[in-house]
Design a protein around this ligand. Structure first.
Ligand SMILES: Cc1cc2nc3c(=O)[nH]c(=O)nc-3n(C[C@H](O)[C@H](O)[C@H](O)COP(=O)(O)OP(=O)(O)OC[C@H]3O[C@@H](n4cnc5c(N)ncnc54)[C@H](O)[C@@H]3O)c2cc1C
Length: 322
């Protein structure tokens, strides 16, 4: 029995989602009485690889060649599967990022394993790997179990608390040939230089209540003060008030930050599908009947053009005394 973590890197560094998955994988390995091994694909420094030791990884296999510098899901899935087979992994764990979601099903097929996407509780290896996972675009949770003896699990981002479990780590190159790669990444164009929406702890999001793109300055100012990412509802992106990569919901990005501030958004079910698993939700809307208030932790009924500037001033005042 062994647990394998796929430690995905972002331009050579590991992000918080990987450490969440590592903590999850370590806890699972403890339950299974096994060590935690990791696989890293692409160019990552030795120092960064060894940082995984802080999260309980005792051995890291690295797969690196120039054609694997950028993420190519078929080749990455083959590499992860090859390492999983070598170490006899009973559970392969990764973060539920774009790349994790693209890799996990392919790895599951290659290993004949059961896929578990968006786990929010630890699998119970003594009870058919039962666990709770997100379902219906985040609107519900379901209990999962399988009779398969291998699982491939993605851990919901912001769904498992990062904890340090310092362990001695060794790094070893894994001999892997990617063979024919059908997809070649020629250029990576970053949609935004700001805080990544999927990684953000705080998100300030706004909808059609903003009346027009010219009013977004206050949303950006509030986000800047809070160290937050900005997001929007779908119609706002459809009308080109904001870029499409900010659109959250059923047909957009699904996020679960610690704090989601919704400004002038009604809370349609398709919007909630992408944000309802946020830990704390603050809703600002002039309509007390807006559906968003039903799932809000805090609600402010008022005109956003009065409320948001007051919040900005209040945050500035707090920061000035800090
Ligand atoms: C198949 C499908 C998929 C969809 N996917 C998504 C999705 O992924 N994401 C998404 O967001 N939507 C999605 N939608 C659209 C969704 O149904 C809603 O139409 C949309 O979320 C509404 O956006 P909104 O809340 O910004 O606008 P509105 O519904 O127009 O709401 C604006 C809100 O602002 C409030 N408001 C207005 N002025 C002020 C003011 N001055 N101060 C304070 N509050 C004010 C209003 O009271 C209202 O509640 C989808 C729809 C379909 C059919």
């Amino acid at each position: 029995m062994s647990v394998l973590l796929f430690a995905e890197n972002s331009q050579g560094t590991f992000k918080k989602a990987v450490y969440e998955a590592a903590t999850y994988a370590y806890d699972l390995a403890q339950k299974m009485g096994s060590e935690l091994t990791a696989v890293s694909v692409g160019q990552v420094s030795d120092e960064e690889l060894k940082s995984l030791g802080q999260y309980g990884v005792s051995k890291v296999y690295t797969v690196s060649s120039s054609e694997l510098d950028s993420f190519v899901n078929s080749a990455y899935a083959s590499a992860v599967s090859a390492v999983a087979q070598q170490v006899g992994a009973k559970a392969v764990v990764m973060a539920q990022t774009y790349n994790g979601r693209a890799t996990a099903p392919r790895v599951a097929v290659k290993l004949g394993a059961a896929p578990v996407s968006g786990a929010v509780s630890l699998l119970d290896p003594s009870n058919n790997f039962s666990a709770v996972r997100m379902a219906y675009s985040g609107k519900g949770v379901e209990e999962f179990n399988t009779e398969k003896d291998v699982v491939v699990v993605t851990v919901k981002t912001n769904g498992y608390k990062v904890e340090e479990n310092t362990t001695d780590t060794s790094v070893e190159a894994f001999d892997f040939s990617a063979g024919d790669i059908s997809t070649v990444v020629k250029e990576i164009v970053k949609a935004s230089e700001g805080i990544s929406l999927t990684e953000a702890e705080v998100v300030v999001s706004a909808g059609r209540g903003m009346k027009g793109p010219e009013n977004w300055g206050m949303i950006e100012e509030l986000a800047g003060l809070l160290g937050a990412a900005t997001a929007s509802s779908k119609p706002v992106a459809d009308m080109d008030w904001r870029p499409h990569h900010e659109h959250v919901g059923q047909t957009g990005i699904q996020i679960s930050p610690n704090l989601y501030i919704a400004v002038g958004i009604s809370g349609a079910i398709q919007h909630l599908a992408g944000v309802s698993s946020s830990k704390n939700i603050v809703v600002i809307n002039k309509d007390p009947e807006a559906p968003f208030f039903k799932i809000a932790d805090y609600g402010i009924v008022g005109d956003l053009f009065d409320v948001v500037p007051q919040i900005i001033e209040a945050v500035k005042a707090v920061k000035a005394t800090a």
